[in-house]
Design a protein. Structure first.
Length: 117
């Protein structure tokens, strides 16, 4: 089992940047990791993923990095837009048969990102 704690959210103006961090309670090098977000009234969506092999997928303007020495997963968001306003969640999952599952098992409490002028 792994606990995840996110930080780094806040209120920013459009065009700004934020760096979100997710610190895990243990080494997550062998886990699938991801960042999700959920805006009010909308479904949760994935914005970036990284496999146990280090392969990543990211939406535009989002940059994911993992520091295994610090058990930290970071999400850099550039050129923020009001539609990026959401609660951002870090998640982890055990790979299944060598691949990452669609459903993640471990979740942090989230960090709020608000983009407005």
């Amino acid at each position: 089992q792994v606990q995840l704690v996110e930080s780094g959210g806040g209120s920013v103006q459009p065009g700004g940047s934020l760096r979100l961090s997710c610190v895990a309670s243990k080494n997550t090098e062998d886990y699938c990791m991801a960042w999700f977000r959920q805006a009010p009234g909308k479904e949760r969506e994935v914005v970036a993923t990284i496999t146990q092999y280090g392969a990543t997928t990211m939406k535009g303007r989002f940059f994911l990095s993992r520091d295994n020495t610090k058990d930290t997963l970071s999400l850099q968001i550039n050129s923020l837009k009001p539609e990026d306003t959401a609660m951002y969640y870090c998640a982890a999952a055990d790979p299944r048969r060598g691949t990452c599952p669609k459903e993640y098992t471990y979740w942090g409490q989230g960090t709020q990102v608000t983009v407005s002028s």
